[in-house]
Write a protein that binds this ligand. Structure first.
Ligand code: GLC
Ligand code: GLC
Length: 819
């Protein structure tokens, strides 16, 4: 069953009933000001940092769900009938409800008793504010006398403190109201130089700023007193819970439509110009007033909307494809790319599942996210790389996360994840291949952000690989440390204290736990660094890395092969993990995907065997499970993985992030059919018909889908902020379609499924535009042996670099025989 549909022309997902299985959200903002918004107007906003500069309140995991939002209420002054045109929070009966989630904007509309109300929400580019444009239309035969109320609840800035420190924050709230604009200024009297404002384009019949006055004692957002009786009370908040609500009265003739614009924003004043007059406690509004006035004009909204659309057209224009499968087209052309950009903006901070107070930017996560957006925003990717690298430790190791506001690493969620540094090598290689910017490698970057410790980025990358080589175990495989990519495979934690974090607890000394996954990742990273070193003319270093790569490859072949698949790890005492010798957890997906992706086993058939085992033991119709059999009980020697009930999260869910590795692996062994099949199993678009079961948004990937062992097999969780976005994008565009940026040009190396007759693509690459047509004659499942570039035959599959600004046509035909 579906709850909406894709509108591919407008690049929107159109939801046609409000009671989606979970709130289906979208993101507003792509620079400094952000918000999440659900299909029924729930969500919150923040400036830069979801924890420290939160503008509005939202109540996670509440009942009913999705409480706190950008609410509007309508009231018919003649009948007294009142409703929420976005359904929530009143959950009113509505005709013709519709939510259109677009790229950076959302439109929610409905009708009731002949009154149509449609609200567009967006954040104009270059601004630190959001605009809501409500368009109210009277479709009745007679005049309509309406009241329109707006409502937001202000957060007292630090979302954590706001939700916990009531002895203080029930006394600190302060507002000002001037010319109908509501200013939220809690703590502005002391150390904050920032405030929020909420303005309305129409003349006001009233306002409220004290939550209890607006809602009425013991009443909720679903039945505000002010709306019930059709009158605001002009309340001024002193302490308790400041809110913002405008009351507008509208008289609409039959057929008449009226736009009312609301602007909610964030502003800062210079410290020495906070108050007007100086010495008073009144906010100096000289700077903010013109901004508010400009954005309250309805024409300004149209301009902002158009600019936003042009912005997204520009970003997505870096790659557009036409293939025989609509799910591939709409995910590659729109939604998967969009999701990758959202991971750039938000990392893992704010979603329906990330509360905005917990996690900063992950070292591992951010490097992987970069693989999915580097072609759209290479300059910002460069900056991101330098930020991440500057948090690296002199040992080559990494803080597991850093804070976006300070850009400093911290140990808050643990450290010593031994895979972390290797992802930096993959990110830098992807950036250099995309841009050709080898200079980045020479640029000075500090360690641990310490002035004086600067050395070339290139040196950082060397330390990344050395970090692994300095920490090898008895089988010559990398020691796992706290964990590797799988945060929950904690082979050294031995935690038996309730509630203790597996990520920060002290590890048991003296272990020899080794990771085959890190070995695979090392092989991939060493190959990339060797290529980079060659390009810098450091042939000795390149040769050394190739040697290390081969040694690691050999170690995997000798000690990382279990007979029918790659072993996952050796535990603290040297016993196997992910082996046929285990009772539970006999096969894991990560080493199968990563080792084959890195090229291990391609020459001796073990890659094929490993992938056959994945198909046999791990693949389900809903995607590939992380491990089988699931752990049925807690294993102290394995850690958090066995803390999850079977079928959930790392304990044998379809942990989607790993699936594209297997997709890539399948292309490496030339199996385009299986690659596409796996790709589609987790594709949100291809799962749209299963929306009732899948439950999360059908337009973005989720981190996890419950596995076969779970009673809710097929149910997704943790949508939006996941490494699945980047890796899926890489898998389908670079490996199935085979459009792979390389140091000396653009590779066209597709591995197509047998039913395809080809595809077309337009790719911007280093300033030139490539129009690519790939043909696959019937039965053609082989690779591309030569190209025709602007009419000239080129041997191999590399399109040579063209000068920036030029247009290049590329024709390719896959050969009839499989390789
Ligand atoms: C989460 C983390 C990611 C980790 C994965 C597997 O997605 O953000 O860093 O690799 O879980 O544990
Ligand atoms: C938990 C989750 C894992 C995530 C980690 C982040 O362990 O299961 O997916 O990566 O928390 O701290």
């Amino acid at each position: 069953m579906r709850f909406g549909r894709f509108d591919d022309d407008t690049r929107e997902y159109v939801i046609d009933r409000p009671d989606t299985p979970l709130p289906w959200i979208n993101y507003l903002g792509c620079e400094d000001y952000f918000g999440i918004i659900s299909n029924t107007a729930g969500g919150y906003s923040f400036y830069r940092d979801a924890r420290l500069r939160r503008l509005t309140r939202y109540r996670y995991n509440n009942v009913p769900p999705d409480v706190g939002g950008r609410y509007l209420y309508l009231r018919d002054r003649d009948s007294g009938d009142a409703w929420s045109p976005s359904w929530q929070p009143m959950r009113s009966d509505l005709d013709g409800y519709r939510c259109r989630h677009g790229l950076g904007y959302t439109v929610i509309g409905s009708r009731r008793a002949g009154i149509e109300a449609e609200t567009l929400y967006l954040v104009p580019l270059g601004e630190t504010l959001e605009v809501w444009r409500a368009r109210i239309t009277n479709h009745r035969d007679g005049t309509a006398q309406l009241s329109l109320f707006s409502a937001v609840e202000f957060c007292l800035w630090d979302a954590w403190d706001d939700a916990t420190n009531f002895q203080r924050n029930l006394s600190t709230g302060e507002v000002e109201v001037e010319d109908g604009v509501i200013y939220h200024k809690t703590e502005y009297r002391e150390r904050r130089d920032h405030f929020a404002y909420f303005a309305c384009s129409a003349d006001l019949a009233g306002f409220d700023t004290q939550r209890e006055a607006f809602l009425g004692p013991y009443q909720g957002w679903d039945r505000p007193l002010a709306v019930e009786r059709g009158r605001s009370s002009g309340s001024i908040a002193h302490g308790w819970a400041p809110c913002g609500s405008h009351h507008v009265e509208l008289t609409l003739e039959p057929g008449e439509a009226r736009d009312v614009v609301f602007v909610l924003g964030y502003a800062e004043n210079p410290r020495e110009a906070k108050f007007d007059p100086p010495g008073s406690q009144t906010i100096d509004k000289t700077r903010v007033r013109p901004v508010v006035e400009r954005h309250l004009r309805p024409e300004a909204v149209d301009t902002a909307w158009q600019r936003l659309r042009d912005h997204w057209d520009g970003l997505l224009g870096s790659l557009q494809v036409t293939t025989p499968v609509e799910h591939v087209d709409r995910m590659v052309n729109v939604w998967n790319a969009y999701q990758c950009m959202v991971t750039f903006n938000l990392s893992r901070s704010a979603s329906s599942f990330e509360s905005g107070i917990g996690r900063g930017m992950g070292f591992r996560d951010s490097n992987q996210d970069l693989l999915g957006f580097v072609h759209m925003i290479p300059d910002k990717a460069r900056e991101r790389i330098l930020d991440i690298a500057a948090t690296q430790l002199p040992s080559g190791g990494a803080y597991h996360q850093y804070q976006p506001l300070t850009k400093r690493g911290n140990d808050a969620i643990g450290s010593g994840f031994n895979d972390d540094p290797l992802w930096l090598v993959l990110a830098v290689a992807a950036y250099v291949k995309e841009t050709g910017d080898l200079d980045i490698l020479d640029g000075p970057v500090p360690y641990d952000n310490r002035p004086g410790s600067e050395s070339p980025l290139h040196d950082h990358l060397h330390r990344c690989l050395r970090y692994t080589l300095d920490r090898l175990g008895p089988h010559g495989l990398p020691l796992i440390g706290r964990a590797d990519w799988n945060d929950c495979l904690n082979l050294n934690a031995f935690s038996d204290t309730p509630g203790e974090s597996f990520q920060t607890t002290e590890n048991r000394e003296g272990g020899v736990a080794e990771s085959v996954f890190i070995a695979g990742l090392f092989v991939a990273a060493a190959a990339e660094l060797a290529d980079l070193d060659e390009r810098l003319g450091r042939d000795d270093a390149a040769a050394a890395w190739r040697e290390a790569q081969q040694a690691m490859h050999a170690a995997v072949r000798s000690h990382g092969w279990d007979g029918a698949w790659f072993l996952r790890a050796y535990d603290h005492d040297g016993g196997p993990v992910g082996s046929a010798r285990n009772e539970e957890g006999r096969i894991f997906v990560e080493p199968q995907g990563m080792c084959v992706l890195a090229g291990i086993g391609l020459d001796d058939g073990t890659a094929d065997t490993a992938l056959a085992s994945v198909a046999e033991h791990l693949a389900t119709p809903h995607g590939i499970m992380l491990v089988q059999p699931a752990y049925s009980r807690y294993h102290v020697e394995l850690g958090e993985i066995s803390s999850y009930p079977p079928g959930y999260k790392e304990n044998a869910s379809i942990f989607c992030h790993t699936n594209p590795w297997v997709v890539i692996a399948e292309t490496r062994v030339g199996n385009g059919d299986r690659a596409l099949d796996y790709y589609l199993r987790i594709s949100p678009s291809a799962r749209e018909d299963l929306s009732e079961q899948h439950r999360c948004e059908p337009y973005v990937h989720a981190q996890t889908i419950a596995g076969r062992d779970a009673p809710t097999h097929g149910e997704a969780k943790n949508s939006w902020l996941t490494g699945t976005a980047a890796w899926t994008y890489v898998a389908v565009t670079q490996w199935i379609l085979g459009l792979r940026p390389d140091h000396d040009g653009l590779r066209v190396d597709p591995c197509l499924p047998s039913g395809w007759d080809g595809y077309r693509a337009t790719r911007r690459f280093r300033g030139a535009t490539y129009d690519i047509a790939v043909r696959a004659p019937a039965g053609g499942r082989g690779r591309v042996g030569h190209l025709v570039v602007d009419g000239h035959r080129v041997a191999g599959n590399l399109v040579p670099l063209a000068p920036a600004g030029t247009h290049v046509t590329v024709e390719a035909e896959v050969e009839t025989d499989a390789p």
